[in-house]
Write a protein that binds this ligand. Structure first.
Ligand SMILES: Nc1ncnc2c1ncn2[C@@H]1O[C@H](COP(=O)(O)OP(=O)(O)OP(=O)(O)O)[C@@H](O)[C@H]1O
Ligand code: SF4
Ligand SMILES: [Mg+2]
Length: 330
């Protein structure tokens, strides 16, 4: 793979869940590229497809009840086409995920140290002693105090912040190049959230990781991300650098989400605004723009024409028919 190619290249990703009464088109054409060492935040209201997009990068959806389309390439791997054996090698070693709730990711019946050692030895032919040494280094790296003693602890014996650090250590155990983080700090209290986010940013710089993380905290997105992508009804509706997006949003949905910026600084902890109305039914998406029913700028044409991506400047792009009219309002 050439150095110039993005490490993550998602083209026209489609994810449709077919297990229910009607098919649910959770992701309907996502394009996203992430370079090595770049941090991208995914934001958007509940149900917009952030977690489904993230999980697609590890192909974690139930295979018999999911139809996926488009392409997902990570570090040259064709994720949607990989055979089960190759997929198992890829998970953890090329890309790994940290979740909102570490208790769901960590096994309650094994010590955290044993889980890290097991994960390393599953992927690499190293001795127990060598794997233990690596686990200890990882605990030091994520700044767990008394790391040797804590390696022997079970997940329930750790505090929430410590467990989150342990899960980060587990995610990094096999030296992945892509880290996926689904609301990694939401379950923690505010000061611990900041510590964990700063730790993630530091590790990302140190290890040159590509990171995609989901957050509802716009301040955290601005602080930690190089780029922000805004999702609505299974598509990215606006994308740009944190600065472009916050200073000059061009999609009416992003503008509504960021409305709070007019009333004060975007400190860490600023939550995304809730906006009137509800998102469309993903099993019966409208023919035109999915945001039309809630959009203060909607015209008749918006209800019949599905907006294509408009390239604005630099990496800034928006999926809206009226980007020419949003310039003056920024
Ligand atoms: N396995 C599944 N089977 C059926 N529908 C699913 C499945 N997983 C997700 N969905 C649906 O896909 C849509 C997108 O879900 P997703 O979890 O990606 O939302 P999200 O943006 O992460 O929201 P939140 O902010 O609440 O985490 C939702 O309507 C959800 O109910
Ligand atoms: S295309 Fe129309 S309805 Fe959709 S966001 Fe733009 S102005 Fe609003
Ligand atoms: Mg989610």
């Amino acid at each position: 793979m050439s150095e110039a190619a993005p490490f993550v290249d998602i083209q026209n990703l489609q994810v449709c869940f077919t297990g229910g009464r009607k098919p649910v088109q959770a992701v309907g054409g996502v394009d996203l590229q992430v370079k090595r060492g770049e941090v991208v935040a995914l934001i958007g209201e509940s149900g917009s497809g952030k977690s489904v997009t993230l999980r697609s990068l590890l192909r974690l959806h139930p295979p018999r009840r999911t139809v996926m389309g488009g392409s997902v390439r990570v570090g040259g791997h064709d994720v949607l086409a990989m055979a089960p054996g190759a997929l198992a090698d890829y998970r953890g070693k090329v890309a790994s995920m940290i979740f909102q709730e570490p208790l769901l990711a960590l096994d309650p019946v094994y010590s955290v140290g044993a889980q890290i050692v097991e994960s390393i030895r599953r992927h690499e032919p190293v001795s127990q002693a060598e794997a233990h040494k690596r686990a200890l280094e990882l605990f030091e790296r994520v700044r767990i105090p008394s790391p040797e003693r804590r390696l022997a602890a079970y997940p329930h014996e750790m505090s929430g912040g410590m467990r989150q650090r342990a899960m980060i250590a587990l995610a990094l155990a096999c030296r992945p190049q892509l880290l996926l983080a689904d609301e990694p700090t939401t379950a923690l209290d505010a000061t611990v959230q900041i510590q964990v986010l700063l730790l993630l940013r530091e590790l990302q710089r140190e290890l040159g990781l590509a990171v995609i993380f989901v957050t509802h905290d716009i301040g955290a997105a601005v602080e930690v991300a190089d780029r922000i992508a805004v999702m609505y009804a299974g598509r990215i509706v606006e994308e740009g650098t944190a600065r472009e997006l916050i200073r000059a949003p061009r999609h009416p949905y992003t503008m509504a989400l960021l409305h709070s910026r007019a009333h004060g600084a975007l400190a860490k902890g600023s939550r995304l605004q809730t906006i009137g109305g509800s998102p469309p039914d993903l099993s019966a998406l409208p023919a035109g723009c999915a945001f039309a029913e809630r959009c203060p700028m909607a015209l008749d044409v918006c209800r019949s024409t599905r907006p294509e991506v408009v390239h604005l400047s630099g990496s800034h792009r928006a999926r809206c028919l009226r980007t020419a009219d949003t310039v003056a309002t920024t």
